[in-house]
Structures are given as structure tokens and as C-alpha cells.
Ligand binder design. Structure first.
Ligand SMILES: Cc1cc2nc3c(=O)[nH]c(=O)nc-3n(C[C@H](O)[C@H](O)[C@H](O)COP(=O)(O)OP(=O)(O)OC[C@H]3O[C@@H](n4cnc5c(N)ncnc54)[C@H](O)[C@@H]3O)c2cc1C
Length: 397
């Protein structure tokens, strides 16, 4: 969205701004500069214009009006085939904390088909208001129609904070909506607080490979949008006695737009649903090759869990990305995390460091993971895991 303003009275058509634009967004037409949609409002052209013919007016708020007109905390409830994902309830729990601090209502946005039952459930988890868009067009998640519905709702009701899960769908939707609303979006937050002085949302997330925690603000644009990592907040207990308002949202999709169509749906195998698992047995480069995962699958099965992996193992092609735990993989918080042949790099720890009990099996007593594991087993994975499997099998009989 180009916001560059060109004063045609002042422009002398010198072309210096055209050369300075890093995005090729400026061109000369009839000796006057013209701007295209490629403009990112970076301001590079302003610095070189000798006659100050260019300006970037400050945008005070995104969906119209000024920031003071925005109130309320919203949470997008992610659902699949009528079942809400647990991250939705986790966000409602934290959303309730934020809304109470701001003394504003907490609202849930639910999109889908035949999803009316999720409205009272959202209220039981803390929502005061539910915006329910229940329409066959929304039966399956597609970015364009979902984004259109959410944008229109935001423009109409002006929430100050909008939270979405940092899941594949949540990240997709959040990016599309934030871009259209021209507001800020902080991805993968691990902490959300209200700044007592300014009432702004403190959006906290790891930065620089997890070496520092950054606190990000969105002072000039609304809503303040953030995606939230799974399992960083605990879901509150449901309270069926709570009451709230349910607002039906009529759907008017822009038929002129070519929305994507879903041709086939291939379900992910149950054993890759890492984020919900209570027990995870993860493998890393220390396994040596893909066959090492066979014994991990067996151990996971014996413990009623699922298999994870380090990026080292994924990059080696031993297991698919769906299993990757860490900064660029899944965030998990199982009751038991068994890391087999994983060094415990900061990027891996970012995804599993809050697991309740961490067991590390590693032949290097100095490996970083040995410093933060609850139980460190020093030895070769090929000695320890088969023995563990044999003993568990014997117990199961
Ligand atoms: C921007 C960025 C994002 C990243 N995101 C992620 C991420 O999401 N997830 C992630 O995991 N990594 C991520 N990484 C990579 C990360 O930095 C590490 O390189 C990676 O985690 C290492 O994988 P590993 O522990 O399996 O391998 P290694 O570091 O090679 O560790 C192997 C371990 O196995 C042990 N070992 C070897 N043989 C045996 C044996 N026979 N028995 C027992 N132990 C043995 C070794 O002592 C060693 O500790 C990211 C990196 C960057 C720069």
C-alpha cells in the first residue's frame, strides 16, 4: 500500500528518487515522478529529493480513525472439523488477563461451518462476546475468505488487541490480515503483558536465535496483532456457568475475488501431532542415520507418545519436518521429553525447554542438553534405547 505523497507543484522531475528507491517503486512519467504499489514507505526517496516534493504522512491508526477509538481484546479461535485447538483456549486464558487489566471485554472470533457449539465453549473459557461466522463457505480454512471476514470485523468493531495462534493457519491468517489493515504483527510471542503506563501490549518473543528476549510495541497502529506460541500459556479451567453475548456475523464474500479451492485433504498422521503429545521421544544427529528412528518409534509407542526430532535430523533427511521441535519447528510442552542424541542447541531448547521432565541420552557429558535436562543418561543411544524398550516391553506383558 503506497502512502508516499508527491507534490506535483514542487517536483522537478530530476529522477534522483527513482535511482534511490530500493524497490523500483518510482518512475518518471512526463517529467513527474509516479509511485507504484511496490512502495514500502521506507523513506529512502525523501532523503535524496532536492526540492522536498515527497512526503510520508504519519498514519495514526490502520483500519481508520485514531488509536483511541480501538478497544477490546480479541482472540481468533482456531477450529478443525468443529473441534477447537487447545491453543485457542490458552489464548483466551491470557486474553482474559489482558482484558481485565485494560477493563475491556474479551471477544472470540469463530469461523467455520456448523460451529455454533464452540460459542458457549469459548464463553466458558473466558470470552464475553463471540463473533460467530457460521457459513458453508468457511467450512475449511482458506486464507482469502477467512482474512476477508476477519478484516471486515476488525474494521467494524475496532479491537485494540488481536491474538492468533502461531500455528500454520494462525500465522497465515495473521499475516494476511495485518498486511491489509496496515498494522504491526509480532510473530511467535512467548509472553504478552500490558504496559502499565501506556496501556500498550508488550509483545515478548525470543530474538537473535533465542539469545535475547525482545519486547515489541505497536504504538501507532491498531489492532496490536500477535501470534502466540502453543503451550506458553496454560488453558484456564472451563466455567460452564459464565454467560456472554453471541453475535452472528453475516458473510458477504467478494465473489469477484478468485479464492483458492481445496482439491483434496490428506490428514496428517496422528503420530506427528507433536504439540498435543504428553510424551515425546526425539532424535537428533547422534542417531547416525534414519534407521535410528525405528527404535525411537518403538519407545514412543511403548510410552504412549510420539516422535520428535532436532533440525539436525530433519536436515539430514532422516525424518520429515512435521516432527521438528524448536525455534523453526514446533513448540512442545509434554510431561516427558526424551532427547536422544541431541546436543541441546539454543534453537532446539526454544521449542522444548518448558517440558515438565527432560531426559537426555547423550554420549557426551559436556553436551549443552546435559546442563538443563532433569535426568542425564551418559552413553550410546544404541546401547540404552534398545535396553529401555526391552525392559518396557517386559513390563507390558
Ligand atoms: C535460525 C536457526 C533456527 C534453528 N532452528 C532449529 C530448530 O527449530 N530445531 C532444532 O533442533 N535446531 C534448530 N537449529 C539448529 C541448531 O542450531 C542445531 O544445529 C541443531 O539443533 C543440532 O541438531 P542435533 O542436536 O541433532 O545435532 P548435533 O548438534 O550434531 O548433536 C548431536 C548430539 O548427539 C550426540 N551423539 C552423537 N552420537 C551419539 C550416540 N551414539 N549416542 C548418544 N549421543 C550421541 C553428540 O554428543 C551431540 O551432542 C536452528 C538453527 C538456526 C541458525
Amino acid at each position: 500500500m503506497a502512502r508516499l505523497v508527491i507534490d506535483k507543484e514542487l517536483c522537478i522531475g530530476c529522477g534522483q528518487c527513482v535511482d534511490a528507491c530500493p524497490f523500483g517503486a518510482l518512475a518518471l512519467h512526463d517529467n513527474l515522478v509516479a509511485v507504484s504499489e511496490a512502495c514500502t514507505a521506507c523513506g529512502a526517496c525523501l532523503e535524496v529529493c532536492p526540492v522536498e516534493a515527497l512526503s510520508l504522512p504519519e498514519v495514526s491508526a490502520s483500519a481508520g480513525g485514531n488509536t483511541n477509538e480501538y478497544a477490546g481484546v480479541w482472540v481468533w479461535i482456531e477450529q478443525f472439523q468443529g473441534t477447537a485447538t487447545s491453543i485457542s483456549w490458552e489464548m483466551l486464558g491470557q486474553g482474559r488477563v489482558l482484558a481485565d487489566q485494560l477493563h475491556v471485554p474479551l471477544s472470540a472470533c469463530i469461523f467455520g461451518a456448523d460451529i455454533g457449539h464452540l460459542a458457549p465453549l469459548s464463553i466458558s473459557y473466558g470470552a464475553d462476546v463471540v463473533y460467530l461466522a457460521d457459513d458453508p463457505e468457511l467450512a475449511q480454512f482458506r486464507t482469502e475468505p477467512y482474512a476477508q471476514v476477519l478484516q471486515e470485523l476488525v474494521r467494524a468493531h475496532k479491537p485494540e488487541i488481536m491474538l492468533l495462534g502461531a500455528s500454520s493457519r494462525g500465522r497465515d491468517l495473521a499475516g494476511a490480515v495485518a498486511t491489509s489493515l496496515y498494522t504491526g504483527l509480532t510473530a511467535d510471542c512467548t509472553g504478552l503483558e500490558i504496559d502499565g503506563e501506556t496501556r500498550l501490549l508488550r509483545q515478548i518473543r525470543p530474538a537473535f536465535g533465542g539469545n535475547i528476549m525482545a519486547t515489541i510495541f505497536t504504538p501507532n497502529h491498531r489492532p496490536q496483532m500477535a501470534t502466540v506460541r502453543h503451550r506458553v500459556f496454560d488453558a484456564p479451567p472451563a466455567d460452564a456457568s459464565r454467560s456472554g453475548q453471541v453475535i452472528q456475523v453475516p458473510i458477504h464474500l467478494d465473489k469477484a475475488k478468485a479464492f483458492s479451492r481445496i482439491l483434496e485433504f490428506i490428514p496428517q498422521s496422528a503420530d506427528t501431532l507433536l504439540s498435543e503429545a504428553r510424551v515425546i521421544v526425539s532424535g537428533g544427529k547422534g542417531l547416525g542415520d534414519a534407521r535410528g528412528f525405528d527404535m525411537l518409534h518403538e519407545l514412543a509407542e511403548l510410552l504412549g507418545g510420539t516422535v520428535g526430532a532436532s533440525r539436525g535430523a530433519v536436515d539430514a533427511g532422516w525424518i520429515s519436518y512435521a516432527h521438528q521441535v524448536g525455534q523453526t519447528g514446533r513448540t512442545v510442552k509434554p510431561d516427558l521429553y526424551i532427547a536422544c542424541g541431541i546436543s541441546g542447541a539454543i534453537q532446539h531448547r526454544a521449542g522444548m525447554g518448558t517440558s515438565r521432565v527432560i531426559v537426555a541420552i547423550n554420549n557426551d557429558p559436556e553436551a549443552p542438553i546435559m546442563r538443563f535436562a532433569d535426568y542425564a543418561i551418559i552413553g550410546d543411544v544404541y546401547d540404552i534405547i534398545p535396553e529401555l524398550n526391552a525392559q518396557l516391553r517386559a513390563r507390558a506383558v
